[in-house]
Ligand binder design. Structure first.
Ligand SMILES: [Zn+2]
Length: 194
């Protein structure tokens, strides 16, 4: 589940370039858009020098891919993610990875705040009730996105995280409830048939 961009987050983002521990370069050229692309208006630039180093996984709570796309297309919602993954594995990209999508809200990972600045957000269509499963095709699609991202960025397994793990205050978010991270990461490392 996404989180509305709030004033605190916006104010902090403005200082991000000075506060972040950055390594030299972001992408010099835009990354490829290998998926179906439906551009969301809800994004801004990453702070100067920000390097993508993690992936945040979410559940939409919204029950369908189409409704989720509608939410991310509406400027008033001020929410988005880089990728939305449907239950049958359809992937729709809505924000280019070199830009900053608005999915994490107030957040911290390994002591560094404003996780939107340096993460890629992936929303999986799921009710987040802890009961609805994540179909194999959906997990496989997420693994495929992770492999794609790793062709551009260094993203260790330890930095493929849940929204629940990074959201502040602790306990604010629970998504993606019930998702099998280990199985998806194993698939990303060793694709079936590879
Ligand atoms: Zn979320």
């Amino acid at each position: 589940m996404w989180q509305r961009r709030n004033l605190l987050s916006v104010a902090a983002a403005g200082l991000g370039g000075a506060l972040m521990h950055v390594t030299p370069s972001v992408l010099q050229q835009p990354a490829a858009l290998p998926y179906e692309y439906i551009p969301s208006p809800n994004y801004n630039n990453r702070p100067a020098g920000a390097v993508v180093s993690c992936v945040v996984l979410h559940s939409t709570v919204v029950p369908t891919l189409e409704e989720t796309i509608g939410v991310f297309l509406a400027p008033r919602t001020e929410v988005s993610a880089h990728f939305v993954v449907g239950r049958e594995g359809r992937v729709v990209q809505m924000v280019p990875v070199e830009l900053r999508a608005w999915h994490a809200g107030v957040s911290v990972l390994d002591g560094v705040g404003n996780v939107n600045d340096y993460s890629v957000g992936i929303e999986m269509v799921n009710l987040n009730d802890g009961k609805q499963p994540y179909p194999p095709a959906q997990s496989a699609a997420v693994a495929g996105i992770l492999r794609f991202l790793r062709s551009y960025f260094t993203i260790p397994d330890s930095r493929v995280v849940s929204h629940a793990q990074i959201a502040l205050p602790a306990g604010r978010k629970s998504d993606p409830l019930g998702f099998d991270f280990a199985a998806m990461l194993a698939l990303a490392a060793h694709p079936a048939g590879a």
